[in-house]
Design a binder for this molecule. Structure first.
Ligand SMILES: C[S@@+](CC[C@H](N)C(=O)[O-])C[C@H]1O[C@@H](n2cnc3c(N)ncnc32)[C@H](O)[C@@H]1O
Length: 242
């Protein structure tokens, strides 16, 4: 993996390539998500946002890292209206879409690398990452950075897609991700970077849910809980900073 350090199972791509790829698909990213999941991606974020809202009883700050076009930050705000939400991403195009979507809602958007978050230690009571951790060049370092900015007792909630487990999961992955997704993604976005072939390969190469749980523990978290959706195609890891 050229230029990469630490633990990451995703296929080699430099940060600049990741940014170029997401910038390229940013205007169609939401549409592809809705088509490919039949709109279910909103329900998965809502399930995670309901968990994050438990951390925000009485208000406080939430962080959504790798925020993309802002859906996860807005989902957290919907479930915890008295909270304040900071949302960061390193891709300009994704943040431009997020800015339009967020409008006047109290979400502070900023351009930042999840490996070097511009926040003081223990600033947040909860942190979310949706389908972003797989793309960060050093997964363990990103988890440690998220632990740094969380207050003791605060929780991290990571939604991600990983290699399929079980017969139904493998069948669904082979039908959708190996065939339809790269083709449909290219058709809808016209991606020059073949973003949805990268999606297929990075999902297949990502850690399994239990491997990721081990990494979350090794990165400074406790009480790791796993929920799965879509026959295991999507998982939510929630974990507490001791
Ligand atoms: C698949 S999108 C997910 C967007 C959003 N979280 C969602 O729920 O739809 C992945 C996002 O992670 C961002 N990303 C990847 N690596 C990053 C890093 N090291 N720092 C900040 N953002 C990163 C990309 O720019 C992209 O917007």
């Amino acid at each position: 993996m050229g230029g990469r350090t630490g633990v990451s199972a995703a296929p080699s791509k430099e940060s600049s390539q990741i940014q170029a790829m997401f910038h390229d698909i940013s205007s169609r990213y939401d549409l592809v998500n809705s088509v490919m999941t039949g709109g279910r991606h909103h329900a998965w974020r809502r399930a995670a946002a309901l968990e994050a809202a438990k951390d925000l009883a009485g208000g406080g700050w939430a962080l959504d890292a790798c925020c993309g076009t802002g859906d996860f930050a807005l989902a957290v705000l919907r479930e915890a209206p008295s909270a304040r939400v900071a949302a960061t991403d390193f891709t300009r195009g994704m943040l431009e879409v997020a800015k339009k979507k967020v409008g006047s809602a109290p979400v502070s958007l900023g351009r930042a690398d999840t490996l070097r978050l511009p926040f003081r230690d223990a600033a947040f009571r909860t942190a979310t990452v949706g389908w972003g951790i797989r793309n960060v060049s050093d997964t363990a370092a990103a988890l440690r950075e998220l632990a740094r900015v969380l207050a003791p007792g605060g929780r991290l909630h990571v939604l991600e897609s990983g290699p399929p487990q079980g017969c139904l999961g493998r069948l669904g992955f082979n039908m959708l991700c190996r065939g339809v997704v790269p083709w449909l993604g290219r058709l809808i976005t016209g991606s020059k970077h073949d973003a949805y072939a990268y999606y297929r390969d990075s999902v297949a190469a990502h850690l399994t849910a239990s491997q990721f749980a081990d990494l979350v523990r090794a990165s400074g978290f406790a009480e790791v809980a796993i929920r799965s959706f879509a026959f295991g195609g999507v998982t939510l890891h929630s974990a507490k900073k001791p």
